[in-house]
Design a protein around this ligand. Structure first.
Ligand code: NAP
Length: 242
């Protein structure tokens, strides 16, 4: 059985990615942090597509939780393969740097950067053995361009881009590609409260994007068709300067 693991799969972009990967025939491991109700909704939608869904509850930033839950799953399922890993879990806690608390800084950094590390190092081992894998990291326009009020978020997403490029070089010979997808403004809970009209003039296609539009790019990168694309950052941002 071939599996895809999507961190932060309970809502938003993560849910859309779970559904696209289910369409590709993958059984889906849906990680979430706390929102069981939304995670169950994703799970039901995935199962409607005729594949299995399993919920894995852990905070990606907490090494002990990742080890307890994910390492335990890997141990108990040695006959199965996680072929696709999508590091999608993320939060934003915007503030101007001069007002930013240490907590706002560390929470955002820990989930994006430690989260990438905690999850990927467990999953990549088996990909190396099986000589096949697709790792896709969801970063952001903010990590490419830097956005004011988001020094924490921009730094965390830029760090993940660096990690993407480095890891791609470590594992490429083993049939594993590592890429990043950098969305612009996408309609999810994360952008609730941001006035689309105010930003429309800045975006060449003149609207926010949908989670599905990001998920389609992720699905392509996860497919065998993308076997010669690695160490790249693909922007999905309606043409915003980056
Ligand atoms: P969202 O709707 O707020 O969903 C966030 C997801 O991440 C939820 O599934 C949440 O789980 C999970 N999550 C948060 N903290 C976690 C943790 N510590 N451990 C495990 N899971 C955790 O966000 P989204 O808009 O879909 O964003 C998804 C990714 O795209 C993020 O990395 C974000 O930075 C990036 N992105 C988004 C946009 C945008 O405009 N929306 C733009 C650029 C990049 P629970 O449901 O359990 O809380």
């Amino acid at each position: 059985m071939k599996f895809a693991l999507v961190t932060g799969g309970s809502r938003g972009i993560g849910r859309a990615v779970c559904l696209k990967l289910a369409d590709m025939g993958y059984h889906i491991l849906i990680n979430y942090q706390s929102n069981l109700e939304e995670a169950k909704k994703t799970s039901a939608l995935v199962e409607e597509k005729g594949v299995t869904a399993q919920l894995l509850k852990f905070d990606v930033s907490k090494e002990n939780e990742v080890n307890e839950v994910l390492a335990a799953w890997l141990d108990a399922n040695k006959d199965k393969a996680i072929e696709v890993l999508v590091n999608n879990a993320g939060i934003r806690k915007d503030n101007l740097l001069m007002f930013m608390s240490a907590d706002e800084w560390h929470k955002v950094m820990d989930i994006a950067v430690d989260g990438f590390f905690n999850v990927t190092r467990l999953v990549v081992k088996d990909m190396l053995v099986k000589k096949y894998g697709r790792i896709i990291n969801i970063t952001s326009l903010s990590g490419l361009k830097g956005l004011p009020g988001q020094t924490n978020y921009s730094a965390s997403k830029a760090a993940v881009i660096g990690a993407t490029k480095a890891l791609a070089q470590e594992v490429g010979r083993r049939g594993i590609t590592v890429n990043a997808v950098a969305p612009g403004f996408i309609k999810t809970d994360m952008t609730e409260g941001i006035d689309e009209k105010a930003f429309r003039t800045l975006i060449p296609v003149a609207r926010f994007g949908s989670a599905d539009e990001v998920a389609d790019t992720v699905a392509f990168l996860a497919s065998p068709k993308a076997s010669y694309i690695s160490a790249q950052v693909i922007s999905v941002n309606g043409g915003l300067y980056s």
